[in-house]
Design a protein around this ligand. Sequence first.
Ligand SMILES: NC(=O)C1=CN([C@@H]2O[C@H](COP(=O)(O)OP(=O)(O)OC[C@H]3O[C@@H](n4cnc5c(N)ncnc54)[C@H](O)[C@@H]3O)[C@@H](O)[C@H]2O)C=CC1
Ligand SMILES: O=C1[C@@H](O)[C@H](O)[C@@H](O)[C@H](O)[C@H]1O
Length: 333
Amino acid sequence: MKEIRIGIIGTGVMGADHAAILADGVANARLVAVQDFDRGRAENVAVSLGVRAAADADALISDPDVDAVMVCSPDGTHAALALRAIAAGKPVLVEKPLAASSEDAEAIIRAEVAAGKRLVQVGFMRRFDAGYVEMKQALASGELGRPLFLHCVHRNAVGPDYLTSELVIANSAGHEFDIARYLLDEEITSAVVASPPATRNAPNRQPQFILLQTASGVVVDIEVFTDAQYGYDVRAELVCEDGTVALDPSPATTLRAKGHDGFRTPADWRPRFRQAYRAQLEAWTAGILTQTPSGSSAWDGYMAMLVTKACLQAWKTGNRVAVELTAKPSLYQ
Ligand SMILES: NC(=O)C1=CN([C@@H]2O[C@H](COP(=O)(O)OP(=O)(O)OC[C@H]3O[C@@H](n4cnc5c(N)ncnc54)[C@H](O)[C@@H]3O)[C@@H](O)[C@H]2O)C=CC1
Ligand SMILES: O=C1[C@@H](O)[C@H](O)[C@@H](O)[C@H](O)[C@H]1O
């Protein structure tokens, strides 16, 4: 089977991790080029992995030996780069969030609809995490009955430097907005936000507590605390009429040493979701080869942006805010 030759734009924490997973071997895929605003950073990755360092993003996107593009640069650069990939007719996996504003996300939807082809996938990799997939299967089996609550916890040990109180919602909580839509298979229609004061460990950003409700009335509560200190801890429990199903991310072993009894918490998202990042890459490239898109579409990314917009308004006003939903184009049916 033909392999997909991949170029990565942005070789920081996430881009370098995707590059390492590709270099480690992903079916149907091969990393061939990288590019970064910090040329030296890109060249270090290029030399270590034996791939090309492109002069700029346009050179990478237009390279005839690059079949598909990954955008792993900061949120504010995603929309312009996605639009350039769409204009070049190249499949593009855009790291979350799809864009830095719902208006920019709308421009991507318009461009992809005009192209008449699904080219964009958004990097909400939790849809490929074995635990979340099992949660969705358990709900689909019918044995649990109707869903009532989805409880979510999303804790980082220490958040990335660029995170603000707003980005705790717009950048971090977006994972839960997308996974709630994936698990419940329906739209989120309203948001309320409550925030405790910022902690002494991260005085410039508040932990956020978000209460969403879906079209059928399911209540989704999300604690996002990006400076929890002890480790990276993501939890989810779906509570239904006849039972519950929850993530159990504990590793194969528990550790007992020096007064410690339990398992080591992961340092960050990379070890915790390593299987999901790999599965996302395998599904993305297989989908390109077979013309069957996988994962979060640009429409899913746009819906997450609309939930983000409502949450930010709820955070600023203290009010319950309706999500401004809009009709889904046939391209995404
Ligand atoms: N799916 C997931 O779990 C994760 C997703 N992300 C997403 O990945 C993106 C990058 O995040 P990090 O890797 O943590 O940031 P980072 O700051 O570590 O890396 C960003 C890189 O992009 C480069 N860059 C900046 N502007 C650029 C431009 N115009 N063109 C090319 N390169 C440019 C920077 O020099 C830097 O090397 C963000 O959008 C973030 O939301 C980040 C971490 C986890
Ligand atoms: O997407 C990610 C980061 O961008 C974000 O900043 C973290 O809070 C998330 O846990 C991680 O998965």
